[in-house]
Design a protein around this ligand. Sequence first.
Ligand code: MG
Ligand code: ZN
Length: 394
Amino acid sequence: MNLSKLFLVLSLLLILNFSFGQETKKYLQGEYNKEVTGQVYTSPHQHKVDQIQAIAHPNAEIRNVILLIGDGMGLAQVFAGFSANNDELYIQYANQTGFQKTKSKNKYKTDSAAAGTALACGTKTNNGAIGVDSDGNLVPSILEIASENGKATGVVVTCAITHATPAAFVAHTGSRKNTADIAKFFVSDKIDVFIGGGLDDFSQRADNDDLIPELQEKGFQVVTKTEELHTINDGKLAALLKPGHLEKYPERGDILPQSTAKAIDILSKDKDGFFLMVEGSQIDWAGHDMDFTYLVEEMLDFDRAVGAALKFAEKDGHTLVIITADHETGGLSIHDANLAEGSVEGRFSTDNHSTIMVPVFAYGPGAELFTGIYENTAIFQKMMESFKFAKEKK
Ligand code: MG
Ligand code: ZN
């Protein structure tokens, strides 16, 4: 009895020792599990990255702020872009870097409405809420405050203009789903230029209201075709280029970088300066689809919009450019690349948002304010500080 028990214990120890030994050996020899396979992207749409010089006067007055949001753009999304584009992106010239934490008021995993409200208004709110706090009180956005301070304002996106991220800068409603209500907030004196999709929320509404004549009464030039966009060089502009969202890249063409340049061109005519929000809206959707090719294409297109912003800021010297995300989507990781070929391998771990911190990149006067680790609401505070706007009295 005792002998067979002893034998049992000894053989168990031997087995354990053997398997631990094997594990240790595998670890020491660098042999890792390779059975999880990813998706390989090979880039047909690389872009040349022109060098952007650091601005000569980092303490210059900040007249303009351009905030570029890659929806769902975590560090892996940015790095996938680098790997697919000869190891360089325009983003690299925004070299004052930080991280922001994205949790919402009621969920550790934020959605784009709560995260958009945090960035736009500096308030943590519940998932789904647009420009209101968790008690439903209206919270003003940086875009509205900039407008009240005499600045020109604009929003450029590749989704419907009524979608969560742009809505957070313009509208105030308890639910992101109220896109027909959100559209009415764009009929406003507080916004000068908006470019994106979402025409159906303005002119094919369930309540039969047509907001197009209302926009025109407010002084907007309303365009629904990309070609018309090129003919407008100043004044108020409402470009609603699709009934719903714009197409994916490359189907939609270079509309995002072109619209970014167009908005900057128009808004910069205001001597008081401007605030512009640009969104790479579909990086998030590629993550939800777990479609790595879609993701890298959207990431590279977003970087070309960043390039348009940086080129203006480089010349202007009074423009702060901030590039960040609202949250990460897809739990993406990068596993291999061939930089010469522009091929890169990525793997998703979820078709939902993840909760990890997202990067912040800043360029221009005041850029160093964005280094460090902070909550997403701090982006709003830092923009307020950059513009030297008085804090809201509560
Ligand atoms: Mg969005
Ligand atoms: Zn999403």
